[in-house]
Design a protein around this ligand. Structure first.
Ligand SMILES: CC(=O)N[C@H]1[C@@H](OP(=O)(O)OP(=O)(O)OC[C@H]2O[C@@H](n3ccc(=O)[nH]c3=O)[C@H](O)[C@@H]2O)O[C@H](CO)[C@H](O)[C@@H]1O
Ligand SMILES: [Mn+2]
Length: 330
């Protein structure tokens, strides 16, 4: 069954939206692949089961990081001697305010606990952070007010621009490394210095282990995010990525240009920001690839991992059926 088509032949792969001017939440990958809830395509299960579980390196020689590997332990030792400063960017707008406290509390415990971390909270409502959250001695928080981002549509178009400007104007002068994380997640296991690198991207847990022709890259040729059939090594998640200041500055700037180009042409990539990020990461291969331990949720397609470290509750909810969504207050 051909589940993926070329840029030249736009299809209804993602809900029949050739040109989606009004934005709709991106469908979970198992929906995009037409897998019914709880029912996995038999051949796909075989393909996924046959994949090596914890490869240590990418085809281009970048480390593929599993937190409990020896290489990761070595990397942690190396950095623990020198000390680094890291900025963690989160966006908290509208109803997503409900996620910020659990997110930050979990980051205090698990996210680079022995390093200098500054949380940069982009929010339309700084009061969300009252009363202030108690932070560890090496940690601080900076609130960056954002305005006029009505709904997801405004956010999706403006988010990368916001980051690019903030990195250029302030953040870039204050820290050595910058990570972005979706706020609808929680750290549930240690995330240490093994994640540090120049350009760091995380493998999408539902796509990891699938053959290349199943990757849900953008396929509309009119989109700046379009990926040709012979391109692409991995499909990355948009929920967690990072790198050095210069690399993150370039990533945010270039992705925002791709997004603005599509906006001008009244086109939207079907996977929204994830599509633009994947396009960028094909043109600029990551120097460090994080395994799905660093972006995990439970769904029929999710790869099994030795340890869960960062779990997406937002995407977890999307993977539930209607009844479970109600039970879990999604
Ligand atoms: C908005 C959107 O398309 N979400 C869909 C997208 O999740 P995603 O995980 O790609 O997006 P998301 O809903 O988590 O939004 C990304 C991030 O933007 C911020 N944010 C977003 C919206 C908002 O009203 N306020 C706010 O602060 C927040 O930090 C959030 O974590 O793909 C999922 C499947 O894989 C589901 O289909 C989600 O419904
Ligand atoms: Mn999310």
């Amino acid at each position: 069954m051909a589940l993926f088509l070329l840029c030249k032949t736009p299809t209804d792969f993602f809900n029949g939206r050739k040109v989606a001017i009004s934005l709709k939440p991106a469908p979970p990958v198992h929906h995009a692949l037409r897998v019914e809830e709880g029912q996995i395509l038999k051949d796909m299960t075989v393909i996924k089961a046959a994949e090596p579980q914890t490869p240590g390196e990418t085809a281009w020689g970048a480390p593929l990081v599993w937190g409990d590997s020896q290489k990761s332990a070595f990397q942690r030792d190396k950095f623990s001697e020198q000390g680094v400063s890291i900025g963690l960017l989160i966006l908290v707008v509208g109803t997503y305010a409900r996620f910020v406290r659990p997110f930050l509390s979990s980051a205090e415990i698990h996210f680079l606990p022995n390093q200098m971390v500054t949380y940069y909270v982009f929010t339309d409502n700084p009061r969300t952070l009252d009363p202030s959250i108690e932070l560890g001695p090496l940690r601080q928080m900076k609130v960056l007010p954002v305005s006029e981002l009505p709904g997801w549509e405004g956010l999706a178009y403006r988010r990368m621009v916001l980051f690019a400007e903030a990195i250029r104007d302030s953040i870039g002068k204050e820290v050595q490394y910058i990570f972005y994380a979706d706020v609808d997640q929680e750290f549930v296991g240690p995330v240490g210095e093994e994640i540090l690198g120049d350009l760091v991207a995380t493998l999408h847990p539902e796509v990891f282990g699938m053959p290349r022709n199943m990757f849900p890259y953008e396929d509309q040729e009119v989109s700046a995010a379009c990926v040709e059939e012979d391109e692409g090594d991995y499909y990355y998640t948009s929920e967690f990525y990072g790198g050095s200041v210069s690399q993150m500055s370039r990533l945010a700037r270039d992705c925002s240009l791709l997004i603005l180009q599509d906006q001008a042409n009244r086109v939207t990539a079907r996977g929204l920001e994830e599509s633009y990020l994947n396009r960028y990461l094909i043109d600029h291969r990551p120097t460090c690839v994080l395994s799905p331990e660093y972006n995990w949720w439970d769904s029929p397609l999710t790869a099994r991992v030795p340890k869960k470290r960062l779990v997406s509750f937002g995407r977890q909810c999307e993977a539930f059926d209607k009844e479970k969504k109600e039970r879990q207050n999604c």
